[in-house]
Design a protein around this ligand. Structure first.
Ligand code: VG1
Ligand code: CO
Length: 597
């Protein structure tokens, strides 16, 4: 019989889940007494006691430092609170999309994911705990608010301190706990259920032909020492026949090898460099927990994430799953470029614009209104689960390559020709003083809400933009009517160009201000223009209007999309054979400007 102990504790005031769970430095979880215990108890407390004795919870994480400690606490606290059954990934490993898949398949009441996504790991890095509900999706705001409320008044938690499970042993372990029904911990293969799901979505025979048939393409996939490694190995290499050396950094590490497990041009620099060599036709990288993806074509041709979802939408019939389900609707987060809107309009599909964060897509999917969605922050996914899904996105792209028999670059350029092009950039100002950031947003909002603001003209160089709409984005969920306010300050000009300011909800220190710029060009003659030149006047206007630099004491962003511009140049100039000149610019610009999200 395992003993239950009730431990007295003091509530914390800062356990408010952000865009995607509670994220803090590892030291915050480790050094503050009962910090992790309190939050885990607060999560479990939102599950009705009456439900718990029939409840299954799925648990898994991205392998980062402190994950195994947190899982043992979840086991001990679940048992003491009368949860009946836990399903845990082998050695604790399970990607975010796989947890979503397993919650749905096992009809669990929910799941707990241990990850801080693309944030660095290790003893001085970040840790995170996220709660997902029975649909498999991140808990909506109604539930995360409840968790936060409980955490602010928590006086005690229940735990079975002597209960220990062996996370390395696949199979069931059962324990007698007090008067409860026997408590079962089931350790499952991290990949099996997820792989089976993908087999039902894609044409694996066609993908196998593409990756290992007579006229196969060469791919390079970088798991960045995150959780997706075992998935890539088993599915892409073993099953679809891609050679073993086409997948790199596939062993999950507690500190991600000391790197940021962030799939973008800065942090996936090794992949970019390898791709530039021209040996590979298709490249991709994933983040720590496997929900983000970056897609590259031959010679490092970069696919902007806002474009990626638009291309998948325009070619959606290449994926057998959608032939079966039909296409119910499309969605993007508000700051994501309007590339998807152009596809929706042309193909006469419904388009939804939601606040940042995957949790807002869930209701639309559950209600049968949404099939495919994406975010500018390297997230793409569909209603096969309720999380964004990095490997799914890669197989979606490979399905399009298999069907169209064209290169990534040809497909992208063809898309711009047909739908026009959205030029997009994002500037991140990380770890700025919170008070300064809040004040800047408040003052900017006040200026925007002045009645004279609408219709006002702003100029930079020879460009003039007239304000058509200025608001603080609020979203009313079309399914349950819930309202989410303060989702970003949005200025839309009369030509459709947009400037957006938003405070990040995933940082672990200070505030992060994000500035997003989106500008659309339909003229086929102009779609290969220098994006930097096109966006520069809007950046200039945005910075002047907000006084962002003056207010934060910064002279430039911590990171931005400029590197992306360089890659664009590289491609154009490769065609014009001025390769070495561009490489020179590229190296210089990379030195001055990074991009992360
Ligand atoms: C960021 C991105 C957002 C994404 C979120 C979680 O949030 O902007 O699009 O959904 O991270 O992604 P924010 O609030 O910092 O802008 V993940 O892969 O970190 O779970
Ligand atoms: Co992630």
């Amino acid at each position: 019989m395992v003993k239950i102990t009730t431990v007295k504790t003091k509530p914390y005031t800062d356990q408010k889940p952000g865009t995607s769970g509670l994220r803090k430095r590892v030291t915050v979880f480790q050094q503050n007494q009962h910090y992790a215990e309190n939050f885990i108890q607060s999560i479990i407390s939102v599950i009705e006691p009456a439900e718990r004795q029939a409840a299954t919870l799925v648990v898994g994480g991205d392998g980062r430092f402190f994950m195994k400690d947190a899982i043992q606490l979840i086991v001990q606290i679940s048992a003491a609170n009368g949860i009946n059954h836990l399903v845990i990934g082998h050695n604790g490993i399970m990607s975010t999309p796989a947890v979503s898949c397993v919650i749905r398949k096992r009809k669990a009441v929910g799941g707990i994911i241990l990850t801080a996504s693309h944030n660095p790991g290790g003893p001085n890095g970040d840790f995170g705990i996220k709660y997902n509900i029975s649909s498999g999706g991140p808990a909506p705001e109604g539930i995360t608010n409840k968790i936060f409320e409980i955490s602010k008044s928590l006086q005690e938690y229940h735990i079975c301190p002597d209960l220990k499970v062996d996370l390395s042993k696949i199979g069931k372990q059962t324990f007698e706990v007090d008067t409860f029904k026997p408590f079962t911990v089931e350790i499952v293969d991290s990949v099996d259920d997820y792989a089976e799901m993908l087999r039902g979505i894609f044409d694996f025979a066609a993908l196998k032909e593409l990756l290992s048939g007579a006229n196969h393409i060469n791919v390079r996939l970088d798991a960045m020492h995150g959780v997706v490694g075992p998935y890539v190995k088993k599915i892409v290499c073993e099953e679809l026949g891609s050679p073993a050396n086409s997948a790199v950094n596939c062993v999950p590490q507690e500190d991600f090898g000391g790197h940021h497990p962030d799939p973008n041009l800065t942090y996936a620099a090794d992949l970019v460099k390898t791709m530039k060599g021209g040996e590979y036709d298709f490249g991709a990288a994933f983040d720590g927990d496997g929900d983000r993806n970056m897609v590259l074509g031959k010679h490092g041709f970069f696919v902007n994430p806002s474009d990626s979802v638009a291309v998948i939408a325009a070619n959606i019939k290449s994926i057998p799953y959608f032939q079966k389900t039909g296409v119910k609707g499309l969605a993007r987060s508000m700051p994501t470029s309007g590339a998807l809107d152009n596809v929706a309009k042309t193909l006469q599909m419904d388009l939804y614009e939601t606040p940042t964060g995957w949790k807002f897509f869930g209701n639309l999917m559950d209600a049968g209104k949404l099939s495919l969605c994406g975010e500018e922050s390297f997230g793409t996914g569909s209603d096969h689960i309720r999380e964004k899904d990095g490997l799914w996105a890669v197989l979606a792209w490979l399905s399009i390559l298999a069907t169209r028999k064209q290169s990534v670059e040809e497909i992208m350029k063809d898309h711009w020709q047909k739908f026009g092009r959205n030029f997009f950039t994002r500037y991140d100002y990380e770890e700025v003083d919170s008070d300064a950031a809040n004040k800047m947003m408040k003052d900017l909002e006040a200026a925007m809400f002045d009645p004279s603001f609408k219709g006002k003209k702003f100029s930079s160089g020879d460009k003039t933009y007239e304000v058509a709409i200025a608001d603080n984005f609020a979203y009313t969920d079309p399914v349950d009517g819930s309202v989410s306010k303060n989702q970003g300050l949005r200025i839309i000009f009369s030509d459709g160009s947009r400037v957006i300011f938003r405070l990040s909800g995933t940082g672990s220190a200070g505030a992060t201000i994000r500035l997003y710029i989106d500008s659309y060009e339909k003229d086929a003659q102009k779609i290969y223009q220098d994006p930097q030149a096109i966006l520069a006047p809007l950046v200039d206007i945005a910075l002047k209007l907000s006084q962002l630099h003056e207010r934060t004491g910064r002279t430039g962003p911590t990171s931005c999309f400029f590197v992306l511009f360089c890659f664009f140049f590289l491609n154009v100039c490769l065609i014009n054979s001025c390769h070495s000149f561009v490489c020179h610019i590229l190296t210089n610009m990379e030195r001055h400007c990074t991009f992360s999200s």
